[in-house]
Design a protein around this ligand. Sequence first.
Ligand SMILES: [Zn+2]
Length: 144
Amino acid sequence: MAGDTFQKFKSSFNRGVTAISVKTSSSLEKVKIKTHIDSINTEIQRTMSTIGQTAYGIWASGSQDFSSLQEQFVLVQQKKEEIQKLQEEYNAIDERDSQILGTAGGEEPQNAEPKPGEVVCPKCGAACAATAKFCRKCGQNLQG
Ligand SMILES: [Zn+2]
């Protein structure tokens, strides 16, 4: 029985370590993406300001021809698309985290669908390895 207890401890310990390293590397990635988004936003602000000044200059000179701004508009559009992609990347990391760590702060999913080689705990509904003696969540004896 001592071996079982150790195995249980070991597996929950490993899960904890995995969760921590996932959290750490993900938050680093997220910070990197957010920083990138911020710097692109700064570039957009700068370009927008240039557009405004140029547009005013054109208007003040009595011209109706704003075609020279086209290039700047395209630049802003490209930067906005870049942010969109980064945001999607960011969301994908978020989603991956919630899949690995569980949506409610690392909680095991209730009534999980058993995969091949798994059984559902009759007491709490957690999916456990078919070879497990006890439920990994509630400790229910699965062999008896
Ligand atoms: Zn259980």
